[in-house]
Design a protein around this ligand. Structure first.
Ligand SMILES: CC(C)(COP(=O)(O)OP(=O)(O)OC[C@H]1O[C@@H](n2cnc3c(N)ncnc32)[C@H](O)[C@@H]1OP(=O)(O)O)[C@@H](O)C(=O)NCCC(=O)NCCS
Length: 197
């Protein structure tokens, strides 16, 4: 049990407040047009493709690092798992978004990763991709769609998820090594979270 008050975070570590959200029945979707110049594409990811989109969507701006720790074999197992599907949005021949849905046991689906590269943010592409995520998840016999977001993610994310029909139900604090101090990311990544070495 954590006491009220301030708690020191060890030098070199990060502290994130993680919020878990869920959707227990399919949210009725507001029809949105496909944003101009965008194509939705299902992907069978290679290691290189996945690492590149993960970096451009999440690592450079938002310090996503979970998948950077994975060896080739570990990541390949995730990418080729039968229960996981991947989508992107393509613009001008470049893939600019990551949607990763993992269908687990107990009729659950996790929105494991969701995000856009900076150029697509605020263009309606996020709503379009979220509609696809909700539709794809609930097309299977699930009873819950869940996700988590943390205080390192875009400040737009929480409100966006709540508007999408997700309800927050649990909050945690996560402490971990700063990925920039253990060689996973360069020092320039995630300027909104300063390095305290
Ligand atoms: C979180 C994130 C997906 C939100 O996306 P976004 O760019 O704000 O999404 P949009 O622009 O589609 O949506 C914002 C709102 O503006 C509307 N909008 C914005 N521009 C629009 C346009 N040109 N035409 C139509 N609608 C538009 C959308 O419909 C939406 O409204 P709604 O929520 O009422 O439907 C995005 O900020 C992101 O990828 N961030 C970085 C990665 C990240 O943090 N991911 C979350 C990790 S958990």
């Amino acid at each position: 049990m954590l006491e009220n008050g301030f708690h020191d975070v060890p030098q070199g570590k990060l502290a994130m407040v993680v919020t878990h959200l869920e959707m227990r029945s399919p949210m009725p979707l507001r029809d949105v047009p496909t944003p101009a110049g965008i194509t939705l594409r299902k992907v069978e990811p290679t290691l290189d493709w996945y690492r590149d989109i993960f970096d451009r969507v999440g690592s450079q701006d938002w310090l996503w690092y979970g998948r950077l720790k994975k060896s080739d074999a570990e990541l390949q197992a995730i990418l080729s798992a039968d229960d996981t599907v991947f989508y992107t949005l393509t613009k001008n021949g470049h893939d600019e978004a990551l949607l990763e849905l993992k269908f687990g046991e107990d009729q659950e689906c996790e929105l494991a990763y969701f995000g856009l590269t900076p150029g697509l943010i605020g263009t309606g592409a996020g709503r379009y991709l979220m509609n696809h995520a909700i539709h794809t998840a609930w097309a299977k016999p699930i009873s819950r769609l869940r996700l988590h977001t943390c205080t390192m993610d875009s400040p737009q994310a929480m409100a966006f998820y709540i508007r999408s029909g997700f309800t927050p139900y649990k909050r945690q604090i996560e402490i971990d090594d700063d990925p920039r101090l253990i060689g996973l990311l360069g020092n320039e990544a995630g300027p909104h979270v300063p390095i305290i070495a």
